[in-house]
Design a protein. Structure first.
Length: 201
């Protein structure tokens, strides 16, 4: 595992620069479809599938695979029910953690930060995805990933200070999204790393 904060940020910026149009366009499509789907109760069920498809496309972009604008929904919708359940469990777990004493919520937010990525990257169960994410974070260092997430989060908040600066987020969100993907790729290194964790479980 060769993750550092510097490598995560630099790698995320470099990958985004090289694939900006497809990452940005698919991100805008994801946001718009997510908003439209959220209008109805039934539509909310497919929001995790829409987001999941986008995340999986970002993983493929980072690995140098071909990703076209608008062609990224299949993986998400192939797993739409499991992604919905995963999203529900993720929300309930973290929400309960914050409700109980805040600190457990913060801990779980970091410990489970790769749950979606793992589930979309390798065909495993929901419970295995939670376990593998916690193992990846534990092996890398919870505090290191907390600091990494804090830096990204604070950067986004600074850009949200005024409406004019906030407008920049429309164009800069691909960089922040890819920074998280870069961390995941650096930590897992190769798919064999994930498979080893799964077999160890």
């Amino acid at each position: 595992m060769s993750f550092t904060i510097k490598k995560g940020i630099q790698g995320g910026i470099e990958t985004t620069n090289n694939n900006y149009v497809v990452i940005w366009a698919n991100g805008i499509i994801t946001i718009l479809l997510g908003i439209l789907a959220s209008v109805t109760v039934i539509g909310i069920l497919i929001v995790p599938a829409i987001i999941g498809g986008y995340i999986e496309s970002l993983i493929r972009v980072r690995r140098g695979e071909d990703v076209k604008i608008g062609h990224f929904f299949k993986t998400g919708f192939d797993q739409w029910w499991s992604l919905f359940l995963l999203s529900l469990l993720l929300f309930l777990g973290i929400f309960t953690g914050y409700l109980v004493l805040i600190i457990p919520g913060i801990y779980l937010s970091v410990a489970w930060m790769f749950v979606f990525y793992v589930k979309l990257d390798i065909d495993i169960s929901i419970t295995e995805a939670f376990r593998v994410s916690m193992d990846l974070v534990s092996d890398t260092g919870w505090w290191l990933l907390f600091l990494y997430s804090l830096i990204i989060g604070i950067s986004q908040q600074i850009l949200s200070i005024t409406p004019i600066i906030n407008f920049l987020l429309i164009f800069l969100f691909p960089y922040f999204s890819m920074m998280y993907i870069e961390a995941y790729i650096l930590i897992t290194d190769k798919k064999s790393s994930l498979e080893n964790l799964i077999h160890e479980g």
